[in-house]
Ligand binder design. Structure first.
Ligand code: AMP
Length: 221
């Protein structure tokens, strides 16, 4: 199955993509990770993409479409399926992907993890980081032994700029403006599976599985 995973930051895409990769043997492609590697390796793509990425803007469609088309064709040649994360992010990209359907790269399903903005803020703004060893905690889900102190070195935990509510709300604004048209594109195509994503991760996995016609054994407690 060729799949696309869409969801805001903090929606649990990481956990669900682990399940999908394991179940469908798909190759996980995150465009953000691919681009960051290009930048790190100093490739031509990386050099062109860097300034856009630094400002939080989208990398131009032509560049990203070329990068993804090449990679998707490689995966198809290896007779594997793919799971896309962060692509497509514009109608032009969605149409470019649709154009590959005839050559064996059809999208089978789009999993849309539906998590409200308030829940995203609750999840992400609770993160605390140790400025010394960079270990992360969460005020609700992964508390340190002593409130406000790192378990490893006792340093006072901080809230990173990324995790401040105002920054999270800005990231969400960008996310909604980029994904709205892509979500409605796939809704019209009839492949969108909107999954309520606010319950426990294992429960969300059950819902994802059943939307794809699979079942998962609940984990033993
Ligand atoms: P991400 O880690 O998915 O948030 O991606 C990091 C950055 O990479 C984004 O802010 C964009 O600059 C760029 N990027 C990732 N995916 C795409 C895409 N599909 N189209 C355009 N730019 C992208």
């Amino acid at each position: 199955m060729n799949l696309i995973l869409i969801g805001p930051p903090g929606s649990g895409k990481g956990t669900q993509s682990d399940y999908l990769v394991e179940t469908f043997g798909a190759v996980h492609l995150s465009t953000g990770d691919m681009l960051r590697k290009h930048v790190k390796d100093g490739t031509a793509i990386g050099k062109k993409a860097k300034s856009f990425m630094d400002s939080g803007a989208l990398v131009p469609d032509d560049l990203i479409i070329e990068m993804m088309t090449e990679r998707l064709n490689e995966i198809k040649a290896e007779k594997k399926s793919w799971l896309l994360d962060g692509y497509p992010r514009s109608l032009k990209q969605a149409n470019a992907l649709k154009a590959l359907a005839a050559s064996g790269n059809a999208v089978d399903a789009v999993i849309y993890l539906d998590v409200s903005d308030n829940e995203v803020v609750r999840r992400l703004s609770g993160r605390r980081t140790c400025p010394v060893c960079k270990r992360t905690y969460h005020i609700e889900f992964m508390k340190p032994a002593v409130e406000g102190k790192c378990d490893a070195d006792g340093a006072a935990l901080i809230i990173r700029d990324d995790d401040k509510e105002s920054t999270i709300r800005n990231r969400l604004k960008t996310y909604h403006s980029q994904t709205a048209e892509v979500v409605s594109f796939y809704r019209k195509e009839g492949v969108l599976k909107a999954i309520p994503g606010e319950s426990a991760p294992s429960d969300v996995t059950q819902k994802v599985a059943s939307a794809l016609g699979k079942s998962v054994k609940p984990k033993k407690k």
